[in-house]
Design a protein around this ligand. Structure first.
Ligand code: GTB
Length: 220
């Protein structure tokens, strides 16, 4: 693999607390031991033609490796996992398909209601219907979390005994939602997230994006 370059926020609104989605890409790169470069972009730069050519929706993260350019954190993590077979994706093709299914479940089933709940809590607070909307948003987030909690049970990871790209993506999604106060209603999910956070690769990724914020705020 050529040394890839990813994009990340120049100044992350979360002050480098791992909420921006470059976190999961950094984590995957750290898990497979792949060194990478980061190009920091401002909100303004993300909407300029040069960045839009890489990311049609004008967002981060992007991923460039040789003549390959990708956007969408799920696709990027899958690509990284595929490059280093056996580390984040099992060799057996059925097991591999199940791991990829968990990645889709994280992004397609678990994350959307959590994003909606965040929007309700953060952006809709001043709306006259806030008091009615919030409990609905909580209920919609609880449904997949309850189902996931039952499925995970006492297991360490989602598929087999090994940490996979499915866990990376699912924990990446749950980690972002920790502040919402809904993941911690499920003790086994909280413990699952903590197991992910305890991985050295997670810590390296977290520290790297926190360092960007510290550096940018020192310079400000
Ligand atoms: N589906 C895409 C993916 O998975 O890659 C979603 C990418 C995305 O939402 N990117 C956001 C972005 O670039 C950053 S992660 N937003 C800028 C824009 O749209 O103009 C979402 C995010 C933003 C800010 C915080 N924060 O700091 O609190 C957390 C998460």
């Amino acid at each position: 693999m050529n040394r890839p370059t990813i994009t990340a926020f120049q100044v992350s609104p979360d002050r480098g607390r791992g909420l921006a989605r470059d976190m999961r890409v950094r984590w995957a790169l750290e898990e497979v031991g792949q060194a990478y470069d980061v190009r920091l972009v401002s909100f303004e730069q993300m909407k300029q033609p040069a960045h839009l050519a890489l990311h049609p929706f004008g967002q981060i993260p992007t991923y460039e490796e040789g003549d390959l350019a990708l956007f969408e954190s799920g696709s990027i993590v899958l690509h990284i996992a595929e490059q280093r077979a056996g580390l984040l994706l099992p060799a057996d093709s059925n097991a591999r398909a199940r791991v990829i299914t968990w990645m889709f479940a994280a992004l397609n089933t678990v994350e959307p209601p959590l994003v909606e709940l965040t929007a309700a809590k953060v952006f809709e607070r001043d709306q006259p219907w806030y008091g009615q909307r919030l409990p609905l948003a909580f209920e919609r987030a609880r449904k997949p979390l309850g189902d996931l909690s039952r499925r995970l049970g006492d297991a360490q990871w989602l598929e087999s005994d090994a940490f996979t790209a499915g866990d990376l993506m699912m924990i990446g999604v749950l980690f972002r939602a920790k502040g919402l106060g809904v993941v911690d209603e499920y003790p086994n999910l909280s413990a699952y997230v903590a197991r992910g956070e305890a991985r050295p690769a997670f810590k390296r990724a977290f520290d790297a994006q926190l360092a960007v914020f510290k550096h940018s705020s020192e310079g400000a």
